[in-house]
Design a protein around this ligand. Structure first.
Ligand SMILES: [Cu+2]
Length: 287
């Protein structure tokens, strides 16, 4: 055994030790510019000190220690909850709460503001956390799905009216905060790979509508489904997903090509009632 080999063994062992991660997650309000130039008010959670158009996606590892500080820079009170992990409770305007979270359970988790439900999470205060097993070396892509009813955002954020759920008519549809064609430029969202090499897609519905993602070209196998466990192990090309539900899909491409994937509810393949944008991207598979 030479010294170089021992060094690499040590490096590999060290890299699987748990890490301590400091996260400063800021609640901010701002203006989102949608794909057709329409602007809407929104609120998001982000580690960025400037307003981010979509709440952050976090990828951590089981065993990590996360020192999480949630800072509320908004003028309204908010709250913070990670399903299955922690509930910070009320965070007054201008205040913050800090807690240590030991990541003892792997999986996909939704985080959100659970006050004023479902309106605060709807305007953007909800996101995705993936806690990976230490032995998980898979390639992942992430789709955080959301709709926008451009009338609702103004009503909720300016507090001029509390919309009724039965009046919900979303007119913009986003993946990681982006609509087609911009979503194809998001390396976290757009699956790029090679024939015979498995990749996985984590899909979380952070909206209020049911979506149904239809893949052209390939069948994918459901590895995890938070709502419909009976579907785990099934191989399909269309995947309905309810609000707050997540799916983990596995794909091993059998052929090269660029194939579309879109919401089978074609109303969601639009922006401001113009087709074809919204929840629509492509997979790009090389030989
Ligand atoms: Cu289709």
């Amino acid at each position: 055994m030479n010294k170089l080999f021992i060094f690499f063994v040590l490096l590999k062992a060290t890299s699987s030790f748990s890490a301590t991660i400091d996260v400063r997650l800021i609640i901010q309000n701002g203006t989102r510019t949608l794909v057709d130039g329409t602007q809407v008010l929104a609120k998001t959670f982000s580690t960025s000190t400037s307003f981010s158009e979509n709440s952050d996606t976090f990828i951590w590892s089981k065993g990590d220690d996360v020192n999480l500080k949630v800072v509320n820079l908004d003028t309204d009170a908010h709250s913070f909850k990670i399903d299955g992990y922690i509930d910070f409770g009320n965070i007054p305007a201008g205040d913050s709460i800090e807690q240590n979270i030991q990541l003892t359970t792997a999986g996909v988790f939704r985080y959100y503001d659970n006050s004023n439900q479902p309106y605060n999470e709807y305007v953007g205060l909800s996101g995705l956390i993936h806690i990976k097993e230490l032995t998980d070396n898979s390639t992942y892509f992430y789709w955080d799905l959301r709709e926008i009813d451009s009338v609702w955002n103004a009503e909720i954020i300016s507090n001029s009216a509390q919309p009724t759920l039965t009046d919900y008519e979303p007119d913009y549809f986003t993946v990681n905060g982006k609509s087609h064609p911009n979503v194809n430029g998001d390396p976290i969202a757009r699956p790029v790979g090679n024939v015979g090499q498995e990749f996985k897609i984590v899909i979380l519905n952070n909206g209020l509508s049911i979506h149904s993602m239809h893949f052209h070209g390939y069948h994918l196998t459901i590895e995890d489904d938070s709502k419909k466990a009976i579907n785990i192990g099934r191989s399909k090309d269309t995947f309905p997903i309810y609000p707050s539900e997540y799916l983990v899909l596995s794909c091993t491409p059998d052929k090269p090509g660029e194939y579309p994937v879109h919401d089978h509810n074609l109303a969601a393949v639009s922006s401001g009632q113009v087709y074809a944008t919204g929840m629509f991207l492509t997979l790009n598979i090389a030989p």
